[in-house]
Design a binder for this molecule. Structure first.
Ligand SMILES: Cc1cc2nc3c(=O)[nH]c(=O)nc-3n(C[C@H](O)[C@H](O)[C@H](O)COP(=O)(O)OP(=O)(O)OC[C@H]3O[C@@H](n4cnc5c(N)ncnc54)[C@H](O)[C@@H]3O)c2cc1C
Length: 451
């Protein structure tokens, strides 16, 4: 059962001040609730940097819409770099550019993860009813109270905090979820890709300019593996290798420093002259794993709920993990606002709305890895994309490519996938019918010529 019904402000304890936790704190803080956010890392404010995964991220319509709900979209977009298409780099160094959409206004945005997190934390800290506590690692959850115990790793001291509800925004390896896993009938699965990721860097040119086109997401598709690069405001690019751990194009193929440059010269020859610190970066930077997490339920009556990567970590190949986590924040805050003290109903409605969509984007993100690493370089793919763009341009109300639905609209992920599947079927039927008609006409012409 949910906690006692209360009118007015509630007390929420958010675990994790990453992207979802800090946005949720703002949205709930603006509703007038008392919000305490506990983050295991030290306070990044003042340092101007937050370490951890991927230095930059692709922000698209869903994320922008959620930031707008917090009044932050313009501030974040001021520092973003628009990416209007993909630039494919072949092994021979040939470039092939492909716009993301037939609508020239459509683009995704490269944003700094650390910068975005700082913007969100600063905005949360401005609200008098939001308290941010750092060096607080959640180690225990008391789901009955509900309350949680936090350990300060730097001092070894523990603190217990209670609230009306605990909201787990503590990422793919969530401590909150781990406690929920111990409850009866909790479903959980995690599956790792055979690929990991490693980040490298392309610095600015000697003239202080971007070394390659900054308004594109660069892809070096190499069949079972790939490298991508996204621009940063300081005119560098962050490159990410997505390689299998094992095999001839895997991380294990590089056995020592001496193997690095020859390997890149063979597979990414046009990138090597742009990467003067390649060997140091490759040697220093760790390999990160890529996991898909699915679980249910995302809530324990009205006392605990999880969101973002804690509820549904996905692989990054659609650039949607953060965008999806931000949509969660808006959905959860809206339910809390509309349901008031009936948190049980609010959390149930949140999960019912978001879970099918999180499952859909998890599947599409896995599918898109195959598209990015295997297909984007092929002629058939390029022709197919041109055809899709032409259809979208001619029949904008009737045909929207899946990529556009996901990146440039707010149509829920599951609905977007269903619509795209229906469109594909209709296009195939039309093409089949046209082919048949052409055949009938040809046969008729041949007969009339023969008679
Ligand atoms: C290589 C890579 C590239 C990506 N690119 C994109 C992209 O282009 N676009 C996109 O939309 N998404 C992208 N993503 C996905 C995106 O990073 C995540 O979906 C997003 O960070 C999820 O936000 P979150 O707040 O749920 O989790 P996180 O950002 O992981 O935040 C969780 C927070 O909780 C804290 N925490 C963890 N455990 C505890 C604990 N026990 N106690 C207290 N605090 C704790 C962590 O320190 C962290 O601050 C990418 C991911 C990867 C790995």
């Amino acid at each position: 059962m949910s906690g006692p019904a209360q009118a007015g402000p509630q007390r929420f304890l958010i675990v994790g001040a990453g992207l979802a936790g800090s946005l949720l704190a703002i949205l709930l803080g603006k509703q007038g609730h008392e919000v305490i956010v506990c983050e295991r890392r030290p306070d990044p404010r003042g340092k101007g940097f937050i370490g951890g995964r991927s230095i930059n991220l692709a922000l698209s319509a869903r994320g922008i819409n959620a930031l707008a709900a917090a009044g932050l979209a313009e501030r974040v977009l001021e520092d973003a770099i628009p990416m209007r298409g993909r630039m494919m780099h072949s092994t021979e160094g040939r470039l092939n550019y492909q716009r993301y959409s037939s609508d020239p206004n459509d683009h995704i945005n490269s944003v700094s993860r650390g910068g975005l997190n700082l913007t969100l934390l600063d905005a949360a800290a401005e609200l008098p009813n939001v308290r941010l506590l750092f060096n607080r690692r959640c180690t225990e959850l008391d789901m009955n109270a509900p309350g949680a115990v936090f350990l300060d790793d730097s001092t070894g001291e523990s603190e217990r905090i209670e609230a009306d509800a605990i909201l787990g925004a503590d990422g793919a390896y969530s401590a909150v979820r781990l406690e929920m896993q111990k409850t009866d009938r909790f479903n959980f699965s995690q599956s790792y890709l055979e690929h990991g990721y490693k980040e490298l860097m392309i610095p600015p040119t000697a003239a202080g300019e971007f070394a390659i086109d900054p308004n594109a997401l660069h892809i070096w598709p190499r069949g079972g593996s790939m490298m991508i690069a996204l621009p940063n405001r300081d005119k560098t690019f962050t490159c990410t290798l997505f390689w299998p751990y094992e095999g001839e194009h895997g991380f294990s193929a590089i056995r020592g420093e001496g193997d690095i440059k020859p390997f890149f010269e063979k597979h990414y020859p046009d990138a090597v002259p742009l990467m003067p610190t390649l060997v140091e970066d490759y040697t220093r930077n760790p390999i990160g794993s890529l996991v898909t997490v699915r679980c249910a339920p995302w809530r324990l009556d009205g006392r605990v709920a999880i969101l973002g990567d804690a509820a549904h970590a996905i692989v990054p190949f659609y650039g949607q993990g953060m965008n999806c986590a931000f949509e969660d924040c808006v959905a959860l805050a809206e339910r809390i606002e509309s349901r008031g003290a009936d948190r049980e109903a609010a959390f149930a409605e949140f999960e019912a709305e978001r879970k099918p969509n999180a499952d859909a984007i998890a599947d599409m993100a896995l599918d898109n890895f195959i598209e990015m690493r295997d297909k984007v370089g092929s002629r058939v793919f390029l022709v197919k994309k041109k055809f899709e763009h032409a259809l979208h341009r001619i029949f904008p109300r009737l045909y929207t490519p899946l990529y556009n639905y996901i990146s440039f609209t707010l149509v829920p992920y599951a609905e977007a996938r269903a619509r795209a599947q229906r469109q594909t079927l209709i296009v195939r039927l039309c093409l089949g019918a046209l082919g048949l008609l052409a055949l009938v006409i040809l046969v008729a012409i041949a007969r009339s010529l023969a008679s």
